[in-house]
Design a protein around this ligand. Structure first.
Ligand SMILES: Nc1ncnc2c1ncn2[C@@H]1O[C@H](COP(=O)(O)OP(=O)(O)OP(=O)(O)O)[C@@H](O)[C@H]1O
Length: 236
């Protein structure tokens, strides 16, 4: 069955704070989708709910019709959170052993290739990594799982320009039409060539949802211009 991520009337409240206000969309396989939006607009909350890590206050997120709260569905997607989930005392080698044991879909060869491209050796300890190296390692481990859905929360934060460009190429190289990537980022001016679709969040809602190629053909505008325009309009 083809992958279909479906989010229906998702509401997420943290006490009185309304992080998601009735968010609905569908995503079919074979797309790299960018979640854009200012700080606090709800991107991480949405990714956490798609990953099944956070319970919605109401509404539902499902993959191929099965709720993401189902253990099996959760295991079949790869999520890269902003925080570091690796044990600081581990080396890369320890992490490879751990991922291989935890995830039957973990591809050791793919991981080794990616770490080589990113210039990270197997004896490097997580506690000794710079924030940029840690970000690269997190991404390499996430993308080394052979799954159909990757959720990447700010995968380019703390990474220098040259390494970001390496990572954009890596994502494009690893991406295939059977997979889907949903990522959040603030590097709007750089990721245009990476994205098929942009969902723009503002104050807990999706205020715009576009196919990048179609939008650019029709409007002769960059995604940065599109972003600025939408951010100027008020949310009712
Ligand atoms: N655990 C929490 N408890 C209370 N409020 C929260 C919690 N997590 C998020 N929020 C609030 O929910 C709203 C959305 O936050 P979220 O982290 O999803 O935004 P974001 O778009 O990812 O922001 P950023 O770009 O800064 O990472 C914010 O107002 C935030 O303060």
């Amino acid at each position: 069955m083809e992958l279909l991520v479906s989010c229906k009337n998702a509401v997420k409240n943290f006490g009185r704070e309304k992080a998601l206000k009735n968010v609905s969309f569908e995503i079919k396989k074979g797309q790299i989708v960018g979640l854009l939006g200012e700080n606090g607009s709800g991107k991480t909350s949405l990714l956490n709910c798609i990953a099944g890590l956070s319970h919605l206050s109401s509404g539902e997120v499902s993959i191929n019709g099965v709720s993401v709260q189902d253990y099996k569905v959760k295991r079949e997607l790869a999520y890269m959170p902003v925080v570091n989930l690796f044990n600081p005392k581990w080396t890369i080698k320890n992490a490879v052993e751990s991922f291989s044991g935890l995830f039957p879909d973990f591809d050791i060869k793919k991981n080794a290739d990616m770490l080589k491209i990113l210039n990270i050796s197997e004896n490097t300890e997580f506690r000794s990594m710079s924030s940029g190296t840690l970000a690269k390692a997190k991404l390499a481990f996430t993308l080394s799982r052979n799954v159909k859905l990757y959720l990447l929360d700010e995968p380019f934060a703390n990474i220098d320009l040259v390494a970001r460009e390496e990572i954009y190429s890596l994502i494009l190289r690893e991406f295939n039409p059977e997979t889907t990537i949903i990522l959040s980022t603030h590097f709007i001016n750089e990721i245009e060539m990476l994205l098929d679709r942009v969902m723009l969040m503002k104050e807990g809602r999706i205020t715009a949802d576009i196919n990048v190629e179609e939008y650019k053909e029709k409007n002769d505008k960059s995604i940065v211009e599109f972003y600025r325009e939408i951010m100027k309009t008020e949310v009712s």
